[in-house]
Design a protein around this ligand. Structure first.
Ligand SMILES: *[C@@H]1O[C@H](CO)[C@@H](O)[C@H](O)[C@H]1NC(C)=O
Ligand SMILES: *[C@@H]1O[C@H](CO)[C@@H](O)[C@H](O)[C@H]1NC(C)=O
Ligand SMILES: *[C@@H]1O[C@H](CO)[C@@H](O)[C@H](O)[C@H]1NC(C)=O
Ligand SMILES: *[C@@H]1O[C@H](CO)[C@@H](O)[C@H](O)[C@H]1NC(C)=O
Ligand SMILES: *[C@@H]1O[C@H](CO)[C@@H](O)[C@H](O)[C@H]1NC(C)=O
Ligand SMILES: *[C@@H]1O[C@H](CO)[C@@H](O)[C@H](O)[C@H]1NC(C)=O
Ligand SMILES: *[C@@H]1O[C@H](CO)[C@@H](O)[C@H](O)[C@H]1NC(C)=O
Ligand SMILES: *[C@@H]1O[C@H](CO)[C@@H](O)[C@H](O)[C@H]1NC(C)=O
Ligand SMILES: *[C@@H]1O[C@H](CO)[C@@H](O)[C@H](O)[C@H]1NC(C)=O
Ligand SMILES: *[C@@H]1O[C@H](CO)[C@@H](O)[C@H](O)[C@H]1NC(C)=O
Length: 810
């Protein structure tokens, strides 16, 4: 079909009314929206997707680079652009994700010969003109050296592109007659099967393909429906390799076909048009679906019935402004760098998980279906806790979708993308996401009995392949109380590395399960899982020392490998840190006993029982020294998510001022407003949500109803809770934008003195004002034993539910 232009979309005019209440300009004349720069993190390993998306939208339109750091499609470097595609993941660590069915425009074919146009990615790709890249939420714009400008925006399942062609094409002997191709491939060229059908009377092209997920197992099918608007059709057909034909209107690549390799034998469809009627512009609309071509077309026709590119941009912007509107800042005169980092961090935390409701071909149980939990190992610490504060409704739908996945797949996911199971990196961290939600009143429509069944399943039942779900080594976990480094596993298979990091992660997973057990009245289970949550102690070798360049660091007692017979092994505590063999502990055979980090780091991971850890490490003073060394020696890489919580552990020894120092140590030096402005993979917004939470002043200990109080980076921050309508304000008195006054001297909550250095989620639900009076030196505020966040304390002898009740923290 041909799309008609001119009719303004109903949806955009409705939303325009909302827009007037979305964020008043600040003293600098800017709204939150204006501070967002989607290009932050598009180089230096951030792998951020900077293209057009709605909050949690399935369609994500972006430019795709050939080579470079193209995990998210585009990167801010000099790599050329080979196409524009309609779905992406953001910030992923492994291979490039999605990018299915890229389209590409050429202003015309030399000598008007269809075979003189370029078809291979490597032949057609064109360098960008740097200054032409413009990105803002819901919109992306780029001009290539071919002279073709491409702007893009989206609805939930549909990408819309506006191409502007040069009057005189840059190739020799070419007159303007736009040529578009679509290719049956994806970013990493994983297509196996593929179909394409071309409708020469109007240029519609539909198709499907089978692809591989980027960090998981199996395959998935995806479908598209492409329509054009703005010029009369001349001709259309299919192409393969370097040749195109208008004699064939369809093409099938079946299993065993010689065109299995998209990079060696590419294939797709094409359509060519007369000179565009207006402004040398044409529009391309691409509906996407995981169900069928027909559903891809139906999505496009429903969401973009009439083409009004600017109206859709406005609707997308409005959707983002709406999300930002729950936060109000009084910036107190801080530098723009921090405002840009903050709002861009909030923005990136709402790119994924992606709402694929209605697009799941495997089951439809009436529940929401979200995908691109990429990965929960990364997202449980900051993304989901931030969404719980800013968008509890979406967080609720995500929890329901996790439970639906459990029901139909048999296990909760720890990572999931493109309808496939993704790799587990450590624990079964959906347990933490569920319990965190439970404690923070994420309740609507959630079956908590089912949630409890799901987390207990993680703790009790070992899957046949624990690389993709659940936990491995459960028999040893239950009998020996740790994951032995030389584990004999008769129940399942998986990559037998990471025995130390898996042990501390399983222990914390069990801690959160105990919390839920107790809340739901399963007292005996609570005692059992609390006891298991102490299993980290079984891999702690009190005699282990740590040397650096032959010099004793002065600290004794570290987690160490431990064999089934109880003997300790050895892994240098600094191994797999920036100080030694930084990249030796990835998901590969021989990858070490800690995951993406050293023993030094994992020895701090006991989030549920910090007081026991502090005792184990020699008491408060010794703990502070050790934590200082972690932050000052260069051993801590803050670009990986296990680093995050370590900024705030000083709270547990009554030194909240030191946590504030650490917050400023890393922001903005490691998290800022440049294209290289995050230190590691964003992992679907993990870095972004971390920086936003730190700057807001209340950082969560995920899985518990605990927020550590540090002064916000702004004079005040107010959050309006979607569920209750109440507003919580954190206000700094004596705020100083150069951050000399970062130490809390005293605090009040709703006018009453507040001495604890932590607060619960009830503050966000009930609203109120937390006022922090700041000064240039640490004070006595928040330093007493009764001021610190809860810990279990010694629990080796806790065996009955009465013991649990006696020790319970809340
Ligand atoms: C464009 O910018 C990238 C870095 O973002 C740089 O590597 C490249 O050389 C620039 N290209 C031009 C033509 O300026
Ligand atoms: C897009 O999907 C979200 C749910 O993820 C929904 O709230 C929103 O209304 C949808 N937007 C449009 C324009 O339909
Ligand atoms: C362009 O056209 C001229 C004249 O017909 C011809 O000599 C030349 O070879 C053509 N160039 C290309 C690249 O086709
Ligand atoms: C290709 O089309 C056939 C029907 O003609 C269908 O059975 C198959 O699933 C399609 N495959 C893809 C990858 O779209
Ligand atoms: C350790 O030694 C290496 C090389 O000898 C040196 O580059 C590094 O700075 C030293 N590290 C520390 C913390 O002393
Ligand atoms: C325990 O097992 C480890 C690993 O197999 C072995 O190296 C060690 O010698 C054993 N210790 C004892 C006391 O048997
Ligand atoms: C660790 O690094 C050293 C020196 O850089 C190298 O010789 C050694 O092979 C590395 N070990 C591993 C397991 O990567
Ligand atoms: C911004 O952050 C990046 C990534 O952590 C860092 O490399 C860079 O030095 C920072 N830039 C500034 C100006 O602080
Ligand atoms: C919990 O959330 C529900 C809506 O989901 C809301 O009605 C209720 O007031 C909330 N409870 C508290 C204690 O704020
Ligand atoms: C359990 O241990 C704690 C501390 O070690 C002790 O105070 C408490 O009395 C013990 N409880 C029982 C029931 O033995």
């Amino acid at each position: 079909m041909r799309l008609s232009t001119g009719t303004k979309l109903l949806v955009s005019s409705c939303l325009a009314v909302v827009a007037s209440t979305q964020g008043q300009p600040d003293a600098r004349g800017k709204t939150p929206f204006d501070y967002v720069n989607p290009l932050i993190g598009t180089t230096n390993g951030g792998h951020v997707f900077p293209g057009a998306t709605l909050p949690f939208g399935m369609a994500k339109a972006g430019a795709d680079t050939f080579g470079g750091e193209n995990q998210g499609g585009f990167s801010s470097d000099s790599s050329p652009i080979y196409g524009f595609s309609h779905m992406h993941d953001s910030g992923t660590g492994g291979s490039a994700s999605l990018g299915n069915f890229p389209i590409f425009a050429q202003a015309g074919c030399p000598n008007d010969d269809i075979n003189a146009c370029k078809y291979f990615k490597t032949a057609r790709m064109s360098p960008r003109i740097n200054e032409t890249v413009h990105a803002r939420p819901g919109y992306f714009d780029i001009t290539l050296q071919s002279g073709v400008r491409t702007e893009m925006t989206v609805t939930n399942h549909t990408a819309l592109y506006r191409f502007t062609f040069p009057e005189t094409p840059s190739t020799e002997n070419t007159t303007l007659s736009p040529h578009f191709l679509v290719e049956l491939t994806d970013l990493p060229d994983t297509r196996s099967e593929g179909n394409i059908t071309v409708y020469p009377d109007n240029g519609r092209i539909t198709g499907g393909g089978k692809f591989s997920p980027s960090f998981g197992v199996g395959t998935y099918q995806s479908y598209f429906c492409l329509d054009f608007d703005g010029a009369s059709i001349r001709d259309a057909g299919v192409w393969t390799n370097t040749r195109a034909s208008n004699q064939a209107q369809s093409l099938k690549i079946k299993p065993g076909d010689s065109r299995q390799s998209p990079s060696l034998n590419p294939a797709g469809g094409w359509a060519q048009f007369e000179k565009p009627a207006k402004g040398n512009q044409m529009l391309a609309r691409v509906g996407m679906s995981f169900v069928s071509e027909a559903q891809a077309c139906a999505n496009a026709e429903r969401e973009v019935p009439d083409v009004n590119f600017d109206g859709l941009v406005e609707a997308a912007e409005s959707a983002w402004k709406d999300k930002f509107s729950v936060i109000t800042l009084n910036d107190g005169g801080v530098s723009d760098v921090l405002l840009k980092a903050f709002w861009s961090g909030v923005y990136r935390s709402m790119i994924s998980p992606q709402d694929y409701t209605g697009e799941n071909p495997f089951w439809n149980d009436g529940e929401p279906y979200y995908d691109s939990y990429y990965c929960i190992w990364d997202s449980f610490r900051s993304i989901h806790p931030l969404l719980t504060i800013l968008d509890p409704h979406s967080q609720t739908l995500m929890i329901r979708s996790l439970l639906s996945i459990y029901k139909h797949e048999g296990f909760l996911p720890d990572c999931r993308m493109s309808l496939c199971k993704g790799n587990t990196q450590g624990g079964s961290n959906a347990d933490i996401v569920l319990v965190d939600a439970y404690l923070k009143n994420i309740t609507a429509g959630i079956d908590w009995a089912l949630a409890y069944e799901a987390v207990v399943h993680d703790a009790e039942v070992e899957p046949a392949d624990w690389n993709i779900e659940g936990r491995g080594g459960l028999a040893s976990w239950k009998t020996l109380g740790y994951i032995p480094t030389d584990n004999l596993d008769l129940d399942g298979v998986g990559l037998d590395t990471r025995s130390i990091s898996r042990t501390v992660e399983y222990a914390y997973n069990d801690f959160t399960i105990a919390t839920l057990a107790r809340a739901l009245g399963h007292a005996d289970d609570a005692a059992k899982y609390l006891a298991r949550s102490g299993n980290w102690k079984n891999m702690f070798n009190p005699a282990q020392t740590s040397f650096l360049n032959g010099t004793d660091t002065g600290f004794t007692g570290f987690l160490q490998p431990r064999f089934m017979n109880g003997t300790f092994g050895f892994q240098d505590p600094i191994y797999c840190s920036p100080l030694q063999n930084f990249t030796a502990c990835y998901l590969n055979p021989g990858g070490g006993e800690t995951y993406e980090g050293p023993v030094w780091l994992y020895t701090f991971f006991v989030p549920g029982d910090m007081s026991a850890l502090i005792d184990t490490l020699g008491g408060s003073d010794e703990f502070v020294k050790r934590l200082d060394w972690l932050h000052e020696s260069g051993i801590l890489y803050v670009g990986d998510e296990q680093a995050f919580l370590n900024l705030f552990l000083y709270h547990y020894v009554g030194r909240p001022g030191k946590s504030a120092e650490r917050a400023h140590q890393y922001i903005p030096s490691q998290f800022n407003d440049t294209v290289s402005g995050i230190p590691g993979n964003d992992d679907s917004g993990a870095m972004g949500s971390f920086e936003a939470l730190v700057m807001m002043g209340l950082y969560p200990n995920a899985g518990q109803d605990v927020y550590f109080i540090t002064p916000p980076f702004f004079e005040s921050v107010s959050i309006t809770n979607q569920q209750t309508g109440n507003t919580a304000t954190i206000r700094n008195i004596n705020f100083d934008p150069s951050y000399k006054n970062i130490y809390i001297q005293s605090a009040t909550l709703n006018g009453e003195p507040y001495t604890k250095n932590w607060i619960t989620h009830s503050f966000y639900l009930e609203g109120g004002v937390l006022e922090l009076t700041l000064g240039p030196q640490e004070s006595a505020w928040g330093t007493r034993p009764e001021d610190v966040p809860p810990s279990l304390g010694p629990f080796g002898n806790m065996t009955t539910s009465a013991d649990v009740d006696a020790r319970w923290m809340w």
